[in-house]
Design a protein around this ligand. Structure first.
Ligand code: PLP
Length: 403
């Protein structure tokens, strides 16, 4: 298939707007992606024509909304190649998925003196929930160190694992450096020690296909809004044999089988972890977003973004004073130019219509390891073009000239 970038861009109305009188160049996709027309239309259509609460109604609309919601779960299952829909828990996003797991897993399996392994390059949402758990239980956080190039020290990783290790939690792709971590090795080594693994897939799911059965991870979290779906919906995948052993996270409607004042019994998987009214419009829209990227093809998206990232690194490397942070294996480039503060760079690029992200990117421990306060980050999506990379490069040069 030829990658028809013009046709793809037409699916995203926001891309044709301007900011400060300049055409928008949106390179903040690591934070959130723009939404294609089909996703927004699915939401509008559901609110206009279907809307009713799911699971509890005998009436037509409720059944139709429930069918859409549950069909979406099957779409997610297929997209990540989970064995069963019981393994697909809808959440509000990666952050909630990890909090859910840290709470439920922690209740069942973590005690005083136990250890949780995370990596140096985690997003705060894959550090703080585990830290809170450690504080509750008297457990200890252990950290996989990183090389100056932004890669995990795998020898050190293996040495961290011991009989007190309860779980390993690691990003698939670094949101700061674009490092694609060797998660297959991380999982294999952990399993050799009988330790389960959570993969934070927030930055991998939008860029290449992920396969739960091939990866063999025990848990996997991702956010809808980073993969062209609306905000407020995400997924926690968990192997059924693990989810079965975990207590519920929140209590409320839908997650129960029977309730009395003496005793409550819980619903089957995955509903045991889905208390309250789910954002069923968002789950439906998530399915439409996954259909959208599947129709383009995750491999085609990967190829497109890879060549864009390589082109950008190559063009940017010719700018005087350019310093990169990390290898940019995936569609993320973190940089600084000379001693220009990242905030100044971001603000001035914005005036040229170019949206990049600046700061610590919710990864303060990583910033500390790199010895910096923050970076400028350009992150690419399926709709970005080489012309936009050229605009970024020209923009950076113009800002650099001002200093
Ligand atoms: N993990 C990584 C690697 C991320 O990049 C992000 C968001 O930037 C998150 C977790 C948190 O995602 P959310 O805010 O959608 O829950």
């Amino acid at each position: 298939m030829t990658y028809d970038i013009n046709k793809i861009r037409e699916d995203f109305p926001i891309l044709s707007r301007s900011v400060y009188g300049k055409p928008l160049v949106y390179l903040d996709n690591g934070a959130t992606t723009q939404k294609p027309r089909c996703v927004v239309e699915a939401m509008v259509d559901e609110y206009y024509n279907v809307n009713a609460n799911v699971h509890r109604g005998v009436h037509f609309l409720s059944q139709q909304a429930t069918d859409l919601h549950e069909a979406s779960r099957e779409t997610v299952r297929r997209f990540i190649n989970a064995r069963s829909i019981s393994e697909v828990v809808f959440t509000r996003g990666t952050t909630e998925s990890i909090n859910l797991l840290a709470f439920s897993f922690g209740e069942a399996f973590v005690g005083e003196g136990d250890e949780i392994v995370v990596s140096t390059m985690e997003h705060h949402s894959n550090i703080v929930p585990w830290q809170l758990l450690c504080q509750r239980k008297g457990a200890k956080l252990r950290v996989i160190p990183m090389t100056d190039e932004g890669r995990l020290c795998m020898d050190e990783y293996e040495k961290l694992l011991n009989p007190r290790t309860r779980i390993v939690c690691c990003a698939h792709v670094s949101n700061v450096m674009g490092t694609v971590n060797p998660v297959e090795d991380i999982i294999r080594i952990a399993h050799a020690h009988d330790v389960p693994v959570l993969i934070d897939g927030a930055q991998s799911t939008p860029h290449f296909s992920v396969d739960m059965q091939a990866l063999d991870c025990d848990f996997f979290a991702f956010s809808g809004h980073k993969v062209y779906a609306p905000t407020g919906v995400g997924v926690l995948y968990g192997k059924e044999e693990w989810l079965d052993k975990l207590p519920p996270y929140q209590g409320g409607g839908d997650m129960i089988k029977t309730v009395s004042f003496e005793r409550t019994t819980f619903n089957a998987l995955p509903y045991k972890f889905e208390a309250g009214t789910p954002d069923y419009v968002a789950t439906h829209a998530l399915a439409r977003a996954l259909d959208y990227v599947s129709a383009i093809g995750m491999d085609n998206i990967f190829q497109h973004e890879q060549s864009l990232t390589r082109y950008a690194r190559q063009q940017m490397s010719q700018i005087e004073g350019m310093k990169f942070f990390g290898p940019s294996d995936d569609a993320v480039i973190s940089f600084q130019v000379g001693d220009i503060h990242h905030l100044d760079m971001g603000t001035l690029l914005d005036r040229l219509g170019i949206a990049v992200r600046t700061g610590h990117h919710c990864a303060e421990p990583l910033m500390r390891r790199l010895g910096i306060e923050g970076t400028c980050r350009a992150s690419f999506a399926l709709y970005n073009t080489t012309e936009e990379v050229d605009a970024l490069v020209a923009g950076i040069k113009r800002v650099a000239m001002m200093f």
